[in-house]
Ligand binder design. Structure first.
Ligand code: FAD
Length: 117
């Protein structure tokens, strides 16, 4: 089956955007319940990602590099790394994970801060 490369790429961009933005909002000091939640999210993202070959390929990457959920920075760095693994396998440029901190903006205020705008 030929598939639709444009739709696949659009889905990928949307999925990565949400994936990294979730990491960028994960707590710095997550509770055990929050760690479990992120692990579950990652597990289900891998399992249910709606492109079969992508999901299978990503499952192997996540099996090799197990999810890091101990803090926001650990989760963000892990997600950046596994996305880079996909980038390399697709012949794309590697993203500099040192830049990840400010890159993903949910447009929302930090918890406890007043919303602006
Ligand atoms: P994307 O890789 O979609 O990245 C979007 C933007 O995120 C980039 O423009 C950049 O600003 C930023 N970014 C890039 N790298 C990183 C990083 N490491 N960390 C944080 N931000 C970054 N496509 C296939 O053809 N075959 C596959 O097997 C396949 N597997 C996939 C598996 C998953 C789980 C996902 C989510 C997508 C997969 N895709 C696959 C789609 C593919 O990864 C791309 O999303 C798609 O090709 C569009 O690429 P892009 O160049 O626009 O940038």
């Amino acid at each position: 089956k030929l598939g639709n490369a444009t739709a696949k790429a659009e889905l990928g961009r949307a999925a990565w955007k949400l994936f990294h933005t979730i990491m960028s909002r994960f707590p710095d000091q997550p509770s055990p319940d929050e760690r479990t939640a992120l692990k579950s999210y990652i597990h289900l993202f891998v399992r249910l990602y709606p492109c079969g070959e992508c999901a299978e390929h990503f499952r192997q990457i996540v099996e090799k590099f197990s999810p890091q959920v101990s803090s926001r920075s650990a989760a963000a760095a892990w997600a950046c790394h596994v996305h880079n693994e996909v980038n390399v396998s697709l012949g794309k440029a590697v993203f500099d994970c040192a830049d990840i901190g400010e890159f993903y903006d949910c447009g929302c205020a930090e918890d406890g801060e007043a919303a602006v705008g």
